[in-house]
Design a protein around this ligand. Structure first.
Ligand SMILES: Nc1ncnc2c1ncn2[C@@H]1O[C@H](COP(=O)(O)O)[C@@H](O)[C@H]1O
Length: 185
């Protein structure tokens, strides 16, 4: 198992989505995390983009920690290749570990679970509960609708414009890793 300098929690889909670029980005991120000495923290499933990122890290013997709630482990089976796999009682305790162990948060393409985690960690940053980097990796512009909604929230007077600087939107994996290196150095 490789050593690592920082831990990066990746929020991403339990499905692959309908654009092959999403899965490729997951694989590329896995390789990039290892090349930059980062440990992957993720939701512990062997499905969708989560599977793409984690298998890519494991294939290269990188550091990875998965956290999965008992009910999902029972329902769908955990990722048997992840040695450091924590089984939690519920979703809330899973999130606590996903959030606490991270030095930074990355979002790859995903669905409502991915956005749930993104919005929660963004809200916590707004509330000064943490000050860790949050980056949306905007592969093929998948996150533009939600970025539009965030701008609308500001325009409608429901949040200060400052919320828009609590996260970054970066177009691809290599640029994200460059930025992460700057932020974590
Ligand atoms: N099989 C699964 N293993 C782990 N986590 C899972 C699984 N299926 C769903 N999840 C949860 O969904 C989010 C990602 O949700 P999306 O709606 O696909 O974006 C993941 O973090 C888990 O909380």
């Amino acid at each position: 198992m490789s050593t690592y300098t920082h831990s990066v929690t990746v929020f991403c889909g339990s499905h692959l989505g309908n654009n092959p670029a999403y899965e490729q980005a997951g694989k590329d991120l896995g390789v990039g995390l290892i090349q930059n000495n980062y440990r992957l923290i993720f939701g512990g499933g062997n499905v969708g983009i989560m599977g793409a990122v984690s298998n890519s890290v494991i294939d290269l013997n990188g550091a990875v920690k998965g956290i999965i709630p008992k009910f999902l482990q029972k329902k769908e089976g955990e990722h048997s290749r992840v040695k450091d796999l924590i089984i939690t009682q519920d979703m809330h305790s899973r999130k606590e570990i996903l959030y606490n162990e991270a030095d930074a948060f990355l979002c790859l393409p995903g669905g409502i679970g991915t956005f749930d985690e993104f919005f929660e960690i963004l809200t916590w940053k707004q509330l000064h509960l943490h000050n860790k980097p949050i980056i949306i990796i905007n592969i093929e512009n998948w996150a533009e609708p939600v970025c539009h909604q965030l701008r609308a929230i500001v325009d409608q007077g429901f949040a200060d414009a400052g919320i828009l600087s609590l996260f970054e939107v970066i177009k691809d994996v290599p640029t994200t890793l460059e930025r992460l290196n700057e932020l974590l150095s």
